[in-house]
Structure formats: structure tokens, C-alpha cells
Write a protein that binds this ligand. Structure first.
Ligand code: TMP
Ligand code: ASP
Length: 239
């Protein structure tokens, strides 16, 4: 399957048409942004890691019964996926306080919740991805109630599978962001990526940050952190 015209360029990926109207190719870049694109940089090798990590994790989600857009990895940076229209909601699951949860509610990072939380943001950089509840999403016709219920069910199921997997790799899954899409035949599927760009991953022993917070907060060692989590994933899967 070959790339045809570019359909879209996002902050971290490009999307290309293929000869099949139901399939597109996503191509992962090394570009990194934070704070709605206000901070820009490059994380060398990130595109390759995020592509390969996302695909391996998507395959695990499929195995756990969660439908995804994943079809086939084509190369180091390129993957064939089902064409979807993205539901413009960032779906965030949190197991431990961090990031905007900690700043919004004035609490420290690292509080372990007795059950995971879910929240939605409206995916709109100009508005700085404002927090949005399900009623607002339905009012704006971003999704139906049935779709919201399905998205919630899938998001918590992703959390169960992903948390257990990372734990076996010595990594604590603090929080993460998912995006869902609607296929041409109307099915809601998990889309976008699951990577250190979109998850907070802490070393289980030391709580060292092994994710994009190293870039957002200028902590250094960004490339090494991405390589470390990928190495642990590969080592786990090789067992
Ligand atoms: P937050 O604490 O900044 O709201 O982030 C929650 C999770 O969502 C964290 O794992 C990082 C991820 N995330 C994205 O993937 N994209 C974004 O634009 C933001 C703000 C967060
Ligand atoms: N979505 C953010 C940005 O726009 C990136 C992030 O903080 O993960 O730049």
C-alpha cells in the first residue's frame, strides 16, 4: 500500500490517502510540541518509537476486545490504519494525580486514586482544549450518548489492560489521553496513538519520569526516556 496525497498534517503525525478510500497511512514525525504548540522541539527517534510502540499496544488492545483503527505496520514510521473521523474529544484517564489535575485542584503529584477518573477535553488548540462534560459534548453534537458510553467503556478497558502491561515492565501508568474515531461504517474505534507523548509513565521503583514531561518541563534525557520504555516493552514481549 503506497502513500498518495497528504490529507492532514498534525503536530506529531501526517496522514496520507491510499488507493483504498477506507484506509489511510499515518506517518510519525520527530516533532514535539507542548502547551498547545507554544513550545516546539525535536525528539530524535521519537517517530519510530511512537509508531512501533503504538502498534504493539494497539494489538494488545484488540486482543482485550477493544476495537482499534490499526491495520498494519508498513515501515519504521508508517502505519496503515482504518480511515476514521476523529471524535474531537481528548479522553483522559488518571490513576495518580499529576499535570493539569494537580494544578487545577491545587494538590501534589503522586496521589494514588482508589479508582481511575475520566475526563474529556474539547480538541481545539485555539481554545486550549477546554475541559468539557458529556452533556456539553452531546449538546455540540460531537458525539451521541451511546457513543459517549461506548468511549467510556473502552477507555476504562484500555486502562485495565495498559496498566497491567506496564506494571509487568516496571512502569507505573499515571495517566493518559486517548482519541476515538468513527469508521466509514459508523463503528467507534480507538485511534491516534498510545506512546510516551500521550501517557505519563513513571519508573515503578524510583518514580523517574519516562515520558514527554521530560520535554514539557525541560528535565533533559528525553530521548533516553523514550528509548528506555521501548526497551522494556520489547524485552517483555520477547519473553
Ligand atoms: P494533563 O495532566 O496535562 O491534562 O495530561 C493528562 C495526560 O494526557 C498526560 O498523560 C499527557 C496527555 N496529554 C496529551 O496526550 N495531549 C495533550 O495535549 C495534553 C494536554 C495531555
Ligand atoms: N497537545 C500539546 C500541544 O499541543 C502537547 C502536550 O502537552 O502533550 O502542544
Amino acid at each position: 500500500m503506497e502513500k498518495k496525497e497528504q490529507l492532514y498534517e498534525g503536530k506529531a503525525k501526517k496522514v496520507y490517502a491510499t488507493e483504498d478510500p477506507n484506509l489511510v497511512i499515518v506517518s510519525y514525525k520527530d516533532d514535539a510540541t507542548a502547551f498547545d504548540g507554544a513550545k516546539k522541539g525535536t525528539i530524535v527517534g521519537k517517530g519510530v518509537i511512537n509508531n512501533q510502540m503504538t502498534n504493539r499496544l494497539m494489538a494488545k488492545m484488540e486482543k482485550a476486545g477493544i476495537p482499534t483503527h490499526f491495520v498494519k505496520e508498513l515501515s519504521e514510521r508508517d502505519t496503515l490504519v482504518k480511515k476514521v473521523s476523529i471524535v474531537p474529544l481528548e479522553v483522559i484517564i488518571r490513576n495518580i494525580s499529576a499535570g493539569h489535575f494537580a494544578s487545577r485542584y491545587g494538590v501534589e503529584e503522586g496521589i494514588v486514586f482508589s479508582e481511575p477518573t475520566i475526563e474529556f477535553s474539547y480538541k481545539n488548540d485555539d481554545l486550549h482544549d477546554p475541559l468539557m462534560n458529556a452533556y456539553h459534548a452531546v449538546a455540540l453534537k460531537l458525539a451521541t450518548w451511546e457513543e459517549i458510553e461506548l468511549i467510556k467503556k473502552y477507555a476504562f478497558a484500555v486502562n485495565d489492560t495498559l496498566k497491567a502491561f506496564w506494571s509487568e515492565c516496571g512502569v507505573t501508568l499515571v495517566d493518559f489521553k486517548l482519541e476515538f474515531g468513527k469508521t466509514v461504517d459508523g463503528q467507534i474505534v480507538l485511534a491516534d496513538e498510545i506512546s510516551p507523548d500521550t501517557c505519563r509513565l513513571w519508573d515503578s521503583k524510583t518514580n523517574e519520569k519516562l515520558d514527554k514531561d521530560r520535554f514539557r518541563r525541560d528535565l533533559g534525557g528525553v530521548e533516553d526516556a523514550y528509548a528506555e520504555v521501548m526497551k522494556r516493552l520489547m524485552a517483555h514481549d520477547a519473553q
